[in-house]
Design a protein around this ligand. Structure first.
Ligand code: TXA
Ligand code: MG
Length: 338
């Protein structure tokens, strides 16, 4: 069932709360992307997220809370994380915090780590968590490795009837996932660039930001794990486009070959990086729907939301040939670095 949130928010929340209480997984709009939500304190419900999403069980989930009081129940806020929380929550930021040893979430949710990733989202999803009274574990609403959903129709196409309830909040405003940060002894580590520009974080934290993991060789030697991938191949930093390729560009500059290429998508005619990010996933999916074989993307600057866009595009363009074993090793490397 799909419920239009704007048409009847009260009914949307009541139906969602009922489904969550019964241990179901439902699709919920957030300001970043759609999430597959379940009660974060219910190990069985959380297991169903992993099944539906076909997600490896060693990859932990983000726990969504309505306010700082709920966060404190499950995690410990160090002074720098608290400063970031005061400034940027509710919003598109996830903090990896030490778990509160007196009130642990099921290890299904945290993959057994001593830390927990937490976010206070903005808008409808926050109202829902407040009404439900407990945190929601919610990964992005896509099959593992595929492009995230920014519209209710994307969720429907991805999961069909396996999703009993989809709350339709319209297209998500930000369009890329949250920025994930972790305070370390000697600074702040950016684990994933996202909807909160790192330039803003830097100003508030007053600390150097370690972006080590964004460079492929540290994350997984010699290769980036394929993720956010459309069916079509993705070619980055295109300065010209071939006749069989689909072009993704932005702004008003013309790209050599665009008049004779298969199709052109302009992600932001004004050259605005926020608009580009908001349109990215829907456009990758649209290119797939129209049978694109290769998607050529023009260079995007590594500033503002461009950093998150480039991260997603690099992963979308990464080799797809990882075996499950190689994937597990790549994740293990990533975890060892934490
Ligand atoms: O915007 C978002 O963050 C969306 C919406 C639905 O809130 N959620 C999302 O979740 O992107 P997901 O599961 O697709 O990505 C969560 C990321 C994963 O890369 C996971 O490895 C990481 O967070 N993560 C979770 N717990 C962690 C932890 N304790 N330490 C380090 N990374 C963690
Ligand atoms: Mg995801």
């Amino acid at each position: 069932m799909i419920i239009d949130v704007a048409a009847d928010p009260g009914r949307a929340i009541a139906s969602a709360v009922r489904a969550l209480r019964s241990g179901a997984v439902i699709a919920v709009p957030t300001e970043t992307v759609y999430g597959l939500a379940a009660d974060a304190t219910d190990a069985d419900a959380v297991s169903r997220i992993f099944e539906i999403k076909r997600r490896p069980s060693f990859n932990p989930l983000i726990c969504h809370c309505s306010d700082l009081e709920m966060v404190r129940k499950y995690a410990i806020l160090d002074p720098i994380s608290l400063r970031l929380a005061d400034r940027f929550w509710p919003g598109p930021m996830t903090l990896v915090l030490n778990a509160n040893p007196t009130c642990r979430l099921p290890s299904k949710t945290t993959a057994g780590l001593a830390t927990v990733a937490i976010r206070i989202p903005l808008g409808f999803s926050n109202d829902l968590i407040k009404s439900y009274g407990k945190p929601l574990a919610a990964p992005s609403a896509n099959i593992s490795g595929r492009v995230s959903a920014t519209k209710a129709a994307h969720v429907k196409n991805e999961f069909g009837d396996a999703m009993p309830l989809i709350l339709d909040g319209g297209p998500t405003k930000i369009g890329v996932e949250s920025t994930i940060l972790m305070v370390r002894e000697n600074g702040l580590e950016l684990l994933r660039p996202g909807g909160l520009p790192i330039e803003l974080v830097e100003r508030v934290a007053g600390l150097p930001i370690d972006m080590r993991d964004l460079v492929g060789e540290v994350l997984a030697p010699g290769m980036l794990t394929s993720h956010y991938a459309p069916r079509a191949f993705v070619r980055l930093n295109a300065t010209r486009v071939g006749p069989d390729e689909t072009l993704l560009k932005y702004g008003d500059l013309s790209v050599p070959g665009e008049d004779t290429c298969a199709r052109v998508f302009n992600l932001s005619a004004d050259g605005d990086l926020e608009e580009l990010a908001a349109n990215l996933y829907a456009t990758l999916k649209a290119a797939d729907d129209r049978g694109a074989s290769t998607i050529a993307v023009v260079p995007v600057p590594d500033e503002g939301l461009g950093l998150a866009v480039n991260d997603r595009l690099r992963r979308a363009a990464a080799p797809r040939s990882l075996t499950p074993k190689e994937l597990e090793l790549a994740y293990a490397d990533q975890r060892n670095a934490l």
